[in-house]
Design a protein around this ligand. Structure first.
Ligand SMILES: Cc1cc2nc3c(=O)[nH]c(=O)nc-3n(C[C@H](O)[C@H](O)[C@H](O)COP(=O)(O)OP(=O)(O)OC[C@H]3O[C@@H](n4cnc5c(N)ncnc54)[C@H](O)[C@@H]3O)c2cc1C
Length: 379
């Protein structure tokens, strides 16, 4: 693109290059905007929520903790992910692991009551007419057929067939590749290690005192926007990453237990992301001994084959949550666009929520529709 043409494209400044910021930058670049992206970290830093997450796409299971609105956003996003990942692949050649083969829920025999309670909770919250497609009871034979590794270990379970998962490390890398090419073409930039103190309608104020003027500013700083969004708070989550290439699971498995609910999300190459804890704490420090013991022993109780798994990472991060637990993707009274409050289901709902911001910003700036599978800037 010529420097003259880049200069007349509306310039959008985005604070935060996490899940929301990266996706939104990519979507707006596809519509021909000039984008500048700012993050306190480097592009491959893993301390924030996005790279720490298990990235399960669980519209049914989330009903145990979220309302029908999140469920609907999740179902819409599951369809959008397929298209968005295809478009990313066409642009960058990066394949992002994405599966939609459901989630298996199991419980040990003494915890049958907790499983029954969980099933009743989901059934009570599923919108009328959706239970049949969303949830199936399984006996021991059904569990073994779905996941041969678990054959004979559990007598009762549930299949949540509409659910899926993706590999967030691959998604982050694919988005970085797409952004690098498109930012260079439009005259924008990715400002790494550039903390933003404050976001205004047409400017981003960096901690070093620099004022970055733009036509429209978007705040995607997750928990980093705490001082500018009333009620925004962090909810701590902890995960254990292990390598066990001799263990095979086709889909995420949840283990119901009265004290903690474990999830295990399989990744390519024999890697597993294991999580359980959700703590109403804003402590972003390292994972505790108690959590690592609980995660490890619950994983071992799922199957002893995990006993020799290699521990690759123990990590904790803060999920950005609003008091009503709903996301926001809108312009505030001061003219600042904010995408936040993705809480514990950011991956589940990101395409719908970011798509809403994309459309609103495109309307405000008069951006044309996206040219599918190629960047407008390449023209
Ligand atoms: C342990 C754990 C497990 C999870 N599992 C799942 C799951 O299975 N499924 C699911 O759907 N969701 C899951 N989530 C939730 C999901 O990760 C979040 O909802 C999502 O990452 C939020 O996206 P975000 O872009 O708003 O914030 P983030 O991903 O946190 O990104 C915010 C970005 O802003 C940057 N930033 C912060 N402050 C500043 C500043 N002052 N200036 C510039 N940049 C700044 C950060 O460096 C970061 O890059 C999980 C989260 C955690 C912690």
């Amino acid at each position: 693109m010529s420097p003259q043409r880049a200069a007349v494209m509306p310039h959008v400044g985005i604070a935060g290059a996490g899940l929301a910021g990266r996706l939104l930058a990519w979507r707006l670049l596809r519509r021909g905007a000039r984008v500048s992206l700012f993050d306190v970290g480097r592009r491959d830093d893993r301390g924030s929520a996005g790279p720490t997450a298990a990235a399960m796409l669980s519209p049914t299971a989330e009903l145990a903790a979220a309302d029908a609105h999140i469920h609907q956003l999740g179902l819409r996003s599951l369809d959008l992910w397929r298209h968005w990942l295809d478009a990313l692949h066409a642009q960058t050649g990066h394949e992002v692991y994405f599966r939609r083969e459901g989630t298996l829920v199991v419980a040990h025999a003494p915890d049958r009551g907790a499983l029954a309670h969980y099933e009743a909770l989901l059934r009570a919250h599923l919108p009328a007419g959706e239970a049949e497609a969303s949830l199936r009871s399984l006996d021991a034979q059904g569990i073994g057929a779905a996941e041969p590794l678990l054959a004979g270990r559990f007598a009762q379970g549930l299949m949540l067939p509409l659910e899926g998962q993706l590999a967030n490390d691959q998604l982050y890398a694919a988005l970085a590749a797409a952004l690098d090419a498109a930012l260079a073409a439009c005259g924008g930039a990715w400002h790494e290690q550039c903390p933003i103190e404050s976001v205004q309608a047409r400017a981003l104020l960096a901690r070093d005192g620099t004022r970055h003027e733009v036509d429209l500013a978007v705040d995607c700083r997750g928990i980093g926007a705490r001082s500018e969004i009333a009620g925004l708070h962090g909810v701590r989550g902890e995960v254990l990453t292990v390598d066990a290439p001799w263990v095979s699971l086709r889909r995420p498995v949840r283990l119901i237990h009265p004290r903690y609910a474990l999830y295990v999300a399989p990744r390519p190459g024999g890697r597993f992301i294991v999580g359980a804890t959700e703590l109403d704490s804003e402590d972003a420090g390292p994972i505790t001994l108690r959590s690592s013991l609980e995660l490890g022993s619950a994983l071992y109780s799922l199957h002893p084959e995990f006993g020799e798994a290699r521990v690759v990472r123990l990590a904790a991060a803060l999920r950005p949550a609003l008091p009503d637990r709903d996301p926001v993707a809108a312009v505030d009274a001061g003219g600042v666009w904010r995408v936040n409050g993705l809480f514990r289901h950011g991956y589940l709902i990101a395409p719908a929520v970011v798509g809403q911001a994309e459309q609103g910003i495109a309307d405000a700036l008069g951006l044309p529709p996206a040219v599918d599978q190629e960047f407008a800037h390449a023209a």
